[in-house]
Ligand binder design. Structure first.
Ligand SMILES: N[C@@H](CCC(=O)N[C@@H](CS)C(=O)NCC(=O)O)C(=O)O
Length: 372
């Protein structure tokens, strides 16, 4: 049953979170009413009281009481419930390429986003303050200790443990700079990535670009200096509900997407492949070389095996004529081979096909490995 559009969805999230920002930008554009509930002790208690303590944010509660998580399947599901204005392009090739861009923005740009936030002192200080104020609103807890704990936890789990060190640091920052340059070039030609209105690729990029890169002091300074067009686009996406409906999209996958696809093939898909192999071999950590830079002891992620499965499933579901077009596009940019290099995938992440109606599992969780 479609949710009642008049009753706001409850979005449990944080005003500084990557994925909460991505989802909020989408909901605003769609005109879907929502109420954001901060993860203060009160917000957590309310979520827990409804029988579900979110392991990840955002977690959404529908008017009928059901919960959904994970912005990628959540957006896909909401598109079925609220079809207009549609964000998943009607052209199957554009839709497939957009899903690939969304996955890259969600998963590959996550590392530089966390690195800038937790490695640079001004960013770390500001964000630990904001997070503690949100989490501990109304509680008497020594703020300075809580902030140090947050800073240590985030840096340890999402920066050091995710392979950022003296050898990889420049490359990690290079991923952000590459994405900025690419976006700036495309946005000099049209207001959104596929034309006159935002589509899934725009909302995918809003994850890293909105609540991290355009907000945190160090990457925001870089964005304002080097990519003012991206700076303006972030606001445009946030304010996109005011656009006149029906803006045109370009035909097919534009040639200016190709350099980004080449980057995705050389980075994100290589990483997804190495992660999937490590998962098959039952390893908790793995090494991989990306664009000649060694990333050591990365945590194996069950969730990201599922990401690769989903990308393949999307390709396989394309009508035959579009499959050959998509294959040609991917082969031309070095994406095809890493997408299929791992012969068998068995993530076991969502065996009953229930997403987004499952509790999303944190990206680096190893529960199934522990059960062996
Ligand atoms: N794939 C998920 C990822 C959600 C996610 O990782 N959210 C982060 C915050 S932006 C989180 O909850 N992290 C949990 C933690 O820090 O332990 C989605 O798209 O919603």
């Amino acid at each position: 049953m479609a949710p009642d559009a008049q009753v706001p969805l409850r979005v449990y999230g944080s005003k500084v979170s990557y994925f909460t920002g991505k989802l909020e930008a989408y909901l605003r554009y769609k005109g879907i009413a929502y109420q954001r509930i901060a993860l203060s002790p009160d917000g957590v208690a309310r979520a827990a009281g409804k029988g579900r303590l979110a392991a990840q944010i955002p977690a959404l509660q529908l008017p009928d009481g059901r919960w959904i998580t994970d912005t990628t399947p959540v957006i896909a599901w909401l598109e079925g419930q609220y079809p207009e204005p549609r964000v998943i392009p009607a052209d199957p090739l554009q839709a497939f390429a957009s899903v690939l861009l969304e996955d890259y923005a969600d998963e590959w740009l996550w590392r530089p986003a966390m690195h800038y936030r937790w490695s640079y002192a001004p960013d770390r200080r500001l964000l630990s303050k904001l997070i503690v104020e949100e989490l501990l609103a109304g509680q008497f807890v020594p703020g300075v200790i809580a902030r140090r704990v947050v800073e240590f936890r985030q840096f340890h789990y999402f920066v050091r443990r995710d392979g950022v060190n003296a050898r990889s640091r420049e490359h990690v920052e290079g991923s952000y700079l590459h994405a900025l340059r690419w976006l700036e070039g495309v946005l000099a030609k049209r207001p959104f990535l596929l034309g006159e209105r935002p589509t899934l690729a725009d909302f995918g990029f809003m994850g890293p670009m909105f609540r991290h890169f355009s907000h945190d002091p160090t990457p925001a300074d870089i964005m304002r200096e080097r990519a003012p067009g991206v700076w303006a686009w972030v606001s445009r996406c946030w304010n996109a509900s005011t656009l006149v409906p029906g803006g045109a999209l370009v035909a097919g996958v534009p040639w200016d997407w190709e350099p980004l696809l080449a980057e995705i093939g050389a980075t994100h898909l290589e990483h997804l492949h190495a992660n999937a192999r490590a998962w098959r071999e039952g390893r908790r950590r793995f090494d991989v070389e990306i664009q000649g830079v060694p990333y050591r002891q990365l945590p194996t992620s069950q969730y990201r095996v599922w990401c690769l499965e989903r990308l393949r499933a999307h390709f396989e579901a394309l009508p035959e004529a579009h499959q050959s077009e998509a294959r040609e596009l991917l082969e031309g940019q070095g994406c095809w081979e890493p997408l299929w290099r791992e012969s068998e995938l068995a993530s076991g992440y969502d065996p009953a096909g229930e997403v987004p109606f499952i509790a999303g599992r944190p990206v680096f969780t190893h529960q199934p490995l522990l059960r062996r």
